[in-house]
Design a protein around this ligand. Structure first.
Ligand code: G6P
Length: 609
């Protein structure tokens, strides 16, 4: 997500902040800024756009000063713009703050501060932090107590870098839920959300733990607990290369992003569940609106279209509303029948895919209301849609989509469950049970990631096969589509996904001795039917890999290999069953000697037709 940097020491801060920010560019961002404490006070420079835009703004002269903070922003609250870019100041310009994460109670805090006469410049959740801290300082509190009182008021997740005019010899770093490190060197000390930012200067860092606060001086660092007690911390020596550090120690972005999935699920889910209710009003999906929806049309490309296949089943099964599904490139050219009352949902990680955007425009021309489910705030699709439900997956860098897919599924499940509930199709008990189960999914996803050994071992065994087939029924079929796409796009092994009942109408002709078939087997209702299909391929020599619940009642000997996932409601199984498939695809690419982050012929964002 966003990047935080800071410096205090003997050198000019601004060039160091710019270099640190450059080290975080790989993370993806839409605006950037720095604040330097100069003799005249806090000097702020920020802009929408890339670091080059910030450099251009600074070309007339860098602010002079020996301490400062900087930020690259990936918009969450408030569109990408100069004013929403960080750092943010209190209204007197004496406290500057950069922030990663989401302050969940910012609206309440903002109202409270406005009632006391505070004027806000931006739409961000962050701006409450400098305003609040400034209030405590102006009331005569010393720095640390004022800070503790400020942090105590914040709900949600944050990593903060703070510059205070009244305390020119120190920088503040505070962490809760979002990572932050303090780099230590002879000529000064650094703060950063990610280790790569400080690596040009030092390999010695303090890794702040949950709730910890650091007062960073030019020549020493003091670390405190969230209760204000001094903490004695060991310095961590970074042994990774700069290149590996950008990937957080993972060999590839794809693997890093696969491992970020539990967090992505949590971040997407948590803000939408309050007091046992799914809340989607942020996207204009009020009870009244959802209750009136008569038909849903789901449109997307690639991985996002596979998320829509799951969404189609979920919405139809739960809400009993007819759903049409199509890929955007087909939809736009078939003169689709659309009614103004339809809810058209476009799903797009980037928010820029040309075909999806064209489908959105077509639907709006026909008078439909369009809901966008996207990962990029301020993207074209987000701006042109009538309503937006954001997936909070964070920037996805690997071309092969992983964490974005999971969060797209989650948003579609939330729409399906809430629509079903307000239409009276779900009992209170079932609704509560679904919500409870959704809340367990980050931990269950984490369980799947406990060991990657089984997937790696299977990849070693099968990576040289010519074809690998994926089969399943119902939601397993929808998940199989994505599993198969992952494999072919990064390993270049030919792969097809089939509704397993369709095998006998053609594809079974391709099954011969030793051909691997991956059977997704999570849907209890059709388990026996799937088992028959597995027997059909086994009878022709296929080697069968089953992805199934750890406690599932698979028939003896039906699978040659098993990849287990924790049990969940069958409805949510695609969220877990795709993870072993992502890992299998990743390791097949590695074993074949390909770079999974840069598959040939593919682009992350396809902005041409
Ligand atoms: C490209 C990417 C895929 C992605 C698809 C749709 O093909 O390589 O990973 O699923 O575009 O992109 P979107 O940004 O609209 O989700």
């Amino acid at each position: 997500m966003c990047g935080i940097v800071g410096y205090i020491g003997n050198e000019q801060a601004a060039p160091i902040l710019m270099e640190e920010l450059a080290r975080l560019e790989y993370r993806g961002y839409d605006s950037a800024g720095i604040a330097v404490l100069s003799e005249e006070g806090i000097c702020l420079t920020k802009t929408r756009g890339k670091l080059q835009a910030l450099r251009n703004k600074l070309a007339a002269g860098m602010p002079k000063g020996y301490s400062g903070i900087g930020h690259t922003r990936w918009a969450t609250h408030g569109a990408p713009s100069d004013v929403n870019a960080h750092p943010h100041l209190d209204q007197k310009g004496q406290v500057a703050v950069v922030h990663n994460g989401i302050i969940e109670n910012y609206q309440a805090l903002r109202k409270e501060l406005q009632a006391k006469g505070c004027v806000f410049q931006s739409q961000t959740d962050t701006e409450v932090v400098p305003q609040l801290l400034a209030q405590f300082l102006q009331a005569g509190e010393a720095l640390l107590p004022a800070l503790l009182k400020t942090l105590d008021r914040l709900r949600g997740a944050y990593a903060l870098g703070i510059l205070v005019q009244e305390a020119p010899d120190c920088l503040i770093a505070a962490r809760k839920g979002s990572p932050l490190v303090v780099g230590v060197a002879d000529t000064g000390n650094y703060i950063a959300s990610d280790i790569p930012a400080v690596l040009p200067y030092t390999r010695r860092v303090y890794l702040l733990d949950e709730g910890e606060i650091a007062l960073v001086y030019g020549d020493h660092v003091e670390i405190y607990s969230e209760w204000g007690e001094r903490v004695d911390k060991k310095i961590y020596e970074v042994t990774w290369s700069v290149d590996a550090a950008e990937r957080g120690g993972y060999d590839h972005f794809m693997l890093k992003e696969i491992f970020e999935q539990p967090k992505a699920i949590r971040d997407t889910l948590q803000p939408r569940i309050r007091q046992g209710r799914i809340r989607l009003e942020e996207a204009g999906l009020t009870e009244e609106y959802l209750a009136g929806v008569q038909r849903v049309v789901l449109i997307a490309c690639g991985t996002a279209s596979h998320a829509c296949m799951v969404g189609r089943v979920a919405i139809e099964q739960l809400a009993r509303v007819p759903v049409e599904w199509d890929v955007a490139s087909e939809f736009r050219y078939r003169n689709p029948i659309l009614y103004p009352e339809d809810l058209l949902i476009v799903v797009s990680q980037s928010g820029e895919t040309a075909d999806t955007l064209a489908a959105l425009r077509l639907a709006r021309e026909k008078g439909c209301k369009v809901l966008a489910i996207t990962n990029v705030v301020g993207s074209t699709i987000a701006r042109e849609a009538d309503r937006v439900l954001y997936t909070w997956a964070g920037p996805e860098i690997a071309v092969a989509s992983t964490k974005a897919y999971l969060t797209q599924l989650l948003c579609l499940y939330l729409v399906a469950i809430e629509m079903a509930y307000v239409k009276g199709k779900l009992s209170d008990e079932t609704y509560a049970r679904y919500i409870q189960e959704l809340e367990t999914l980050p931990d269950k996803a984490q369980t799947v990631l406990t060991s990657t050994e089984p997937e790696h071992a299977l990849a070693k065994r099968f990576c040289h096969c010519r074809d690998i087939f994926f089969i399943g029924r119902g939601l397993d079929y929808a998940a199989a589509m994505e599993a198969s796409l992952k494999l072919k796009e990064i390993s270049y092994i030919h792969s097809e996904a089939m509704a397993s009942g369709e095998l006998k109408h053609g594809t079974i002709a391709l099954i011969e001795e030793g051909v691997p078939v991956v059977a997704l087997s999570t849907q209890g209702q059709v388990a026996e039917k799937l088992h028959s299909n597995i027997r059909e391929v086994k009878a022709r020599g296929a080697v069968v890999i089953c992805i199934a619940y750890g406690d599932s009642s698979l028939e003896d000997g039906i699978a040659d290999h098993l990849l287990y996932i924790p049990r969940t409601d069958d409805l949510f199984a695609p969220l877990l069953s795709v993870i072993p498939a992502q890992l299998f695809a990743y390791y097949c690419a590695i074993e074949r000697g390909y770079d999974p982050d840069k598959p040939r012929n593919l682009a992350k964002s396809v902005t041409v037709e």
